[in-house]
Design a protein around this ligand. Structure first.
Ligand code: HEM
Length: 240
C-alpha cells in the first residue's frame, strides 16, 4: 500500500498538482502554504493566539463576505432596476411584487448593506482594541479608514435609488448637511446633486457611484488591505 501511495505521489501528474512533498517537515509545510492559491493568502508562520476565533471574531472576513453578497444581489437587481425618476419606484415595486425571488434578493441586498456597515465598525473597534494599528500596520489602518468612508458612501448612494419619499428627503437632508462644510460645502452639494435640488441628475450620479465607482474602489482597496495583512506577517497577535 505504502509503495502504491509513493508511486502515485511521485508521479508527474500528481506533482503537477501538488508541487511539494507531504507537509511533515518545515520546508514542505512552507511550500504547502506558498503554492496553494487559497493558503498563500496567509503568512507561512503565524502565532497560535492569532488563530483563536475570539482574537478577531473573523470580522474582516465577514465584511468581505458581505461585500460579495452585495455584489451578487446588486448585479441581480440591476437586471430590473431603471435609474430614471419616472421608472425607479415602479421598477422597485415590480422587483418586490412580480419578479421571482425579487423581494428576497432586495431584502438580502438591504440586510447585507446594514450588516456590512455594522461589521466594518465592529472590525475597526477590534483592530483598535488589539492595538493592531501600530507600526508596521499604520498604512493598513489608513486603507481601512478609506474603506469605512467608501462603505458609508455606498450605503448613502444606495439609499436614493428606490426613489420613494424616504429616499428623496433623506438625500435632500444629507446633501444639505454637506453644504454646511466650510469653503467647499456648496460646491460639493452641487457636485453630488448635479444641480440645485434632488432630481434626475442626482439619481444618475448616485446610481453610477453606487453600482460602478464605489464597488470598484472597495474591491481594489480590499485586495490591497488583505494583501497588506499577509505582508505585515498576519494578524498583529503574530508579533507577540
Ligand atoms: C470594507 C471594509 C473592510 C474589510 C472588507 C476588511 C477586511 C479585513 C480582513 C479580512 C482582515 C484580516 C483579519 C480579520 O478578519 O480581522 C483585516 C485586518 C485589518 N483591518 Fe480591515 N477591513 C475593512 C475595514 C477596515 C477598517 C475600517 C479598518 C480601520 C480603520 C481596518 C483596519 C485593519 C487592520 C489594521 C488590520 C490588521 C489587523 C491585525 O493585524 O490584527 N479595516 N481587514
Amino acid at each position: 500500500m505504502t509503495a502504491f501511495i509513493n508511486r502515485i505521489t511521485s508521479s508527474r501528474v500528481w506533482r503537477s498538482f501538488f508541487r511539494h512533498g507531504w507537509p511533515d517537515n518545515p520546508l514542505d509545510r512552507s511550500l504547502t502554504m506558498t503554492s496553494n492559491i487559497f493558503f498563500h493568502l496567509h503568512p507561512v508562520k503565524v502565532n497560535r493566539k492569532s488563530l483563536r476565533w475570539s482574537y478577531s471574531f473573523g470580522l474582516g472576513v465577514i465584511a468581505s463576505i458581505l461585500f460579495g453578497v452585495l455584489i451578487f444581489t446588486g448585479v441581480l437587481l440591476m437586471f430590473y432596476y431603471v435609474p430614471s425618476v419616472e421608472r425607479a419606484y415602479p421598477t422597485m415595486k415590480e422587483i418586490q411584487l412580480s419578479v421571482p425571488l425579487g423581494q428576497f434578493t432586495r431584502n438580502m441586498h438591504r440586510w447585507a448593506a446594514h450588516g456590512m456597515v455594522l461589521i466594518v465598525i465592529l472590525h475597526m473597534g477590534r483592530v483598535f482594541y488589539t492595538g493592531a494599528y501600530k507600526p508596521p500596520r499604520e498604512f493598513n489602518w489608513v486603507i481601512g479608514v478609506i474603506l469605512l468612508i467608501l462603505t458609508l458612501g455606498s450605503s448613502f448612494t444606495g439609499y436614493l435609488l428606490p426613489w420613494d419619499q424616504l429616499a428623496y428627503w433623506a438625500i435632500t437632508v444629507g446633501t444639505n448637511i454637506a453644504s454646511y462644510a466650510p469653503v467647499v460645502g456648496d460646491v460639493s452639494r452641487e457636485i453630488l446633486l448635479g444641480g440645485r435640488e434632488v432630481g434626475q441628475n442626482t439619481l444618475i450620479r448616485f446610481y453610477t457611484l453606487h453600482v460602478a465607482l464605489l464597488p470598484l474602489a472597495v474591491a481594489l482597496l480590499v485586495s490591497v488591505h488583505i494583501w497588506r495583512v499577509r505582508k505585515d506577517g498576519g494578524l498583529a497577535a503574530s508579533d507577540s
